[in-house]
Design a protein around this ligand. Structure first.
Ligand SMILES: [Zn+2]
Length: 554
């Protein structure tokens, strides 16, 4: 009998985390041991490391087509996107091993196909240093590190992958997007570690918040699942879990508990726009590393079991959500609007344009936050002298500042074939001229704003990452436009490129192509070379119906 397969964390009594080569070695050893797990190549990282996923299934189906043709629900787990936040990497590997080597696990894999990306940021992962994410309760940041240290928040090239879902500047983001589109999972789980407000949590969780009214079916199913599971995990294993957020005012919990902006540059909100269930898991960075690994393991296992037990209802909720989006984008309801801008503009003392993304507690929405007495909070003591639970406004609702009526299709006057394909979106070309009502935007103003925490400096050998409290200089900027719109009867020549809105992913398409979207292609400077005040924006809207059979797909 051979010795059981251990992760680096397990083998070192939680003194160290796995190097990327160890992740691959563990995955390959598991595949050699069990016919219920297969390795999938995802491409290479920027520095040429192999990126891999594991597919777990007990029905013999290991491809997206075979799995979706059967009864299984697909759950995708991604870990280590911020490679200083390593518990998901360790726990997801351990979970794969435990599922394929236990009777209960094998039974579960009849109902659930699991796709696991244990280390989506290999280059950041291998920049391991105890100086990364160093603990500082005074500034409410960092974590209890394993003594051997952890990797970096950014990729080897310095990209923050969890701000990259729209612009896809990191090759690792593009590799993950391809895998996500191929598998089209009903549920996606993204693993992190959070610092911030002083609380009694072991883990916080959240889900997508963009266009909440339109996405209510999946949002409702996800919220219900997360709250039920939090109670179950607390009862059975004693871990304290709650909704993700921070106190709006650190020393004054009564001001409320607020989640993070609903921008789809964050993977969670991006996948929400695709109508899928999305789960953000954040272990709490001030508890010990071993406990963080244990709590995220409990959640990953719990979510997979929940998905198996409720697979019919969850698959139905996702299918219903797709129908709701399709109907909303089909043009039947003139009241239909898509929220594309949630930021409120502010001017700095020096006049620079900035945005705030307020979250509101609507309809008396409250949340219970386990924390400590106020004196401990004021003194920044963790753990505090006495535990205290605060019932406070739950600021997790987002109200669009700007909404648009979706067109029938967007007319693309710039070449976006590769960009749209990278998001899994279709483009078509007119075979013959088309008469139609076309809406054109005229650019009224162009201004820049900077993006915090989108790109960071990569530490040199032996160095540690700069904490965000050190206010590293901005390295990435955004273009902010104002436009005026008018429609006119227009003849579109043969060869014109169009992207229909009533395609799968149509809601994302609207967000990507609208000139004033807070997270679209224009915002990420893709069209800068085409933008002049007083000139037309290079994407127009077709407002009249499209006749059948006038296109070829690209
Ligand atoms: Zn993170």
């Amino acid at each position: 009998m051979h010795s059981p397969l251990l992760t680096r964390a397990e083998a070192t009594q939680y003194a160290e985390t796995s190097r990327h080569a160890e992740v691959i070695a563990f995955a390959e050893a598991l595949c050699a041991e069990s016919p219920l797990v297969r390795l999938v190549e995802m491409g290479e990282s920027a520095e040429g490391q192999r990126m891999i996923a594991l597919v777990l299934s007990a029905t013999g189906a290991f491809t997206p087509e075979a799995v979706h043709a059967g009864k299984q629900i697909v759950v995708m787990i991604e870990a280590n996107i911020h490679a200083g936040e390593v518990e998901g990497k360790e726990a997801s590997l351990a979970l794969c091993r435990d599922l394929v080597t236990s009777t209960k696990g094998r039974r579960l894999l009849q109902d659930v196909a699991i796709v696991v990306v244990p280390d989506v940021n290999p280059d950041g992962n291998d920049r391991i240093s105890p100086l990364n994410r160093a603990l500082s309760i005074a500034t409410l940041e960092g974590q209890e590190n394993p003594p051997g240290g952890v990797g970096t928040r950014y990729t080897g090239e310095g990209w923050n992958m969890n701000r990259d879902a729209i612009k896809q500047e990191a090759v690792e983001t593009r590799n993950l997007a391809r895998l996500y589109q191929a598998w089209s999972p009903q549920m996606f789980i993204d693993c992190h570690t959070t610092d911030g407000s002083l609380t009694g949590h072991d883990l916080t969780f959240d889900t997508s918040h963009n266009n909440q009214a339109l996405l209510a079916p999946v949002l409702g199913a996800t919220r219900k699942m997360l709250e039920k599971l939090a109670n179950k995990i607390a009862d059975e294993q004693g871990f304290v879990s709650g909704w993700y957020g921070n106190f709006v005012v650190e020393d004054d919990p009564d001001q409320g508990w607020m989640t993070y902006p609903a921008l789809p540059r964050f993977g969670s909100h991006y996948r929400g726009l695709l109508g899928r269930m999305d789960v953000l898991l954040e272990t709490y960075s001030y508890i010990p590393f071993q406990r963080r690994c244990a709590v995220i393991y409990a959640w990953l296992h719990g979510l997979v079991r929940y998905a198996g037990r409720h697979r019919k209802a969850l698959k139905a909720a996702v299918a219903h959500q797709a129908a709701v989006i399709q109907s909303a984008l089909s043009g039947g309801d003139p009241r239909m609007r898509v929220g594309i801008q949630y930021g409120e503009p502010r001017r700095d003392a020096d006049g620079a344009l900035r945005f705030e993304y307020p979250a509101y507690a609507l309809d008396g929405d409250t949340v219970e936050v386990p924390s400590f007495d106020r004196q401990s909070l004021q003194a920044r003591r963790y753990p505090g002298d006495e535990t205290q639970t605060y019932t406070v406004p739950h600021r997790r609702s987002f109200v669009p500042v700007l909404s648009v009526r979706p067109p029938v299709a967007y007319i693309l006057d710039v070449n976006l074939a590769a960009r749209l394909a990278a998001h899994g979106l279709q483009m078509e070309t007119l075979d013959a001229p088309l008469e139609g009502l076309v809406e054109t935007d005229t650019v009224l103003s162009i201004e820049k704003t900077h993006s915090p925490d989108v790109a960071g400096l990569v530490p040199g050998p032996g160095g540690g990452e700069l904490p965000l409290s050190a206010k590293p200089p901005p390295r990435r900027f955004e273009t902010v436009l104002t436009v005026s719109s008018a429609s006119a009867p227009t003849t579109l020549p043969a060869g014109t490129h169009l992207a229909r809105v009533d395609q799968p992913g149509g809601l994302l398409l609207v967000y990507l192509l609208e000139p004033c979207a807070d997270d679209g292609f224009a915002r990420w400077e893709l069209f800068d070379a085409h933008l002049f005040v007083g000139s037309p924006f290079p994407i127009r809207r077709l407002r009249s119906p499209l006749p059948a059979g006038r296109f070829r797909a690209e």
